[in-house]
Design a protein around this ligand. Sequence first.
Ligand SMILES: NC(=O)c1ccc[n+]([C@@H]2O[C@H](COP(=O)([O-])OP(=O)(O)OC[C@H]3O[C@@H](n4cnc5c(N)ncnc54)[C@H](O)[C@@H]3O)[C@@H](O)[C@H]2O)c1
Ligand SMILES: O=P(O)(O)OC[C@@H](O)[C@@H](O)[C@H](O)[C@H](O)CO
Length: 497
Amino acid sequence: MTQLSDATLTDLDERVAVPAYDRSAIRPGIVHFGVGAFHRAHGAMFVDRVLGLPGDEHASWGLVGVGTLPGDAAMRDALGAQDRLYTLVTTSPDGEVDARVVGSIVEYLFAPDDPGAVLARVGDPSTRIVSLTITEGGYGVNDATGAFEPSDGATLADLDGLPAGALPQSPLGFITAALRARRDAGAVPFTVMSCDNIQGNGHVARTAILAFAERIDPALAAWIGAEVRFPNSMVDRITPATTDEQRAFVSERFGIDDRWPVLSESFEQWVLEDDFSDGRPPYERVGVQLVEDVEPYELMKLRLLNASHQAMSYLGLLAGETYVHDVCRDELFSRFLLGYMHEEARPTLAPVPGIDIDAYCAELMRRFGSVAIKDTLARQIVDGSERIPKFLLPVVREQLRTGGGIARSALVLAAWSRFIEGVGDDGRELAPVDRRLAELQAAVAQEAERPGAFLDLEVVFGDLGSDARLREAFIAARARLAAVGARVAVEEVVAAG
Ligand SMILES: NC(=O)c1ccc[n+]([C@@H]2O[C@H](COP(=O)([O-])OP(=O)(O)OC[C@H]3O[C@@H](n4cnc5c(N)ncnc54)[C@H](O)[C@@H]3O)[C@@H](O)[C@H]2O)c1
Ligand SMILES: O=P(O)(O)OC[C@@H](O)[C@@H](O)[C@H](O)[C@H](O)CO
């Protein structure tokens, strides 16, 4: 067994690819907030490829990871023990396995240890891009209104503390304070590049940063608005959280003692707007698609892939399932999901340059059905109140507008409301995890007296909740779920076509 470190890279099993560049020569150029599973399977992997390109000119694109939440101490400790290296194992739907050690993260800073060091790093002129995977909730932008309404403690503390000279705690705080320092020094600003699953993720990041800056220094907000670029992107690679079983797999199969490997699917996609304030790595040479307008790609992905994850998860969990692949290999659920994709989501999409949507949907079903990924339904629905409005409700809204079908989406919303009640069809206890759980439970508790009351939760549904057609479909779907359970309710919707 080989403990992962710079010194042992040459000792690793020959099936494992290792960085083909001198890591000691790599200088930081990108700061990334939110070094979780996804960034390590996607953004950091693409930078690893850039660093491996021939020529010395790419060596200034090394990554500095930053964690701001208490839970990120575990990533500090894991990466710190192995020279910031980790193993990325990918598996194709056919079971083909590939393993590589990624070396692009050259420094990791845990902000609570030394916020001054994080601010200095983000503010340093060598930082040309600040990228983010801080989850949908990390931006504090209300889905229904588009307004900046942060509720997390660190962002609120920064809004109070920064004008008084306190050091930042939150990503928005660090970025804004570092941009202030850049402006004051007359320096070029960095690009802010969101890689979260949010429609218009660049726009949302811009809204959040501008509104944040406006509250502490309106002139700074104006400067950021004029000078800083916020490219939108569509990112895709299914990456579940690492389990102990996967750690054991990496050590048994490849002989690597890695505290925190990442296992993901082999599929990868990154469509990115070519809009940067201070240069970018040659992403186009390592598999990233650079475009002028990412919107058609992101709508396709969010409404077909992410919304399908929502569609399968509440119904699957009510029906007693645990894994994505089990639901998607079940013929009934598979027909339901393909029905959702083709009949409800697809009519809301514009043509996507270079993509055959039929083939895309078929490939999605193969990806979802991949047993090796062992993705859980539970992962898809953490903070469903953040996901449903971003992934599924835009489809419902558009279908209502055009008179299109909503039967499957309404069943999913009804299943979500039943899931919030916490009891599966077989009587098993279910455990919803949601930052708005109390509000969701209070809304669903009124259903008995006032069917459709769940849809009145404005923070989730906005004005959609008052749509008569949606209310009727939702109430009927909830009644069927209560009467016959998820599986039969799905069967009925599938049979109705
Ligand atoms: N996992 C995937 O399959 C996948 C694929 C595409 C996109 N994404 C995007 O990446 C995001 C992260 O996914 P992941 O799998 O890496 O999750 P993860 O839980 O492994 O990591 C999330 C990271 O974000 C940080 N974070 C969360 N909330 C934050 C906040 N309010 N402020 C600051 N930091 C915060 C956490 O500390 C952690 O470092 C997703 O929410 C999604 O938008 C994930
Ligand atoms: O990551 P989230 O929480 O936005 O959504 C859960 C999944 O749908 C998502 O992680 C997908 O696996 C991912 O978007 C695939 O690229």
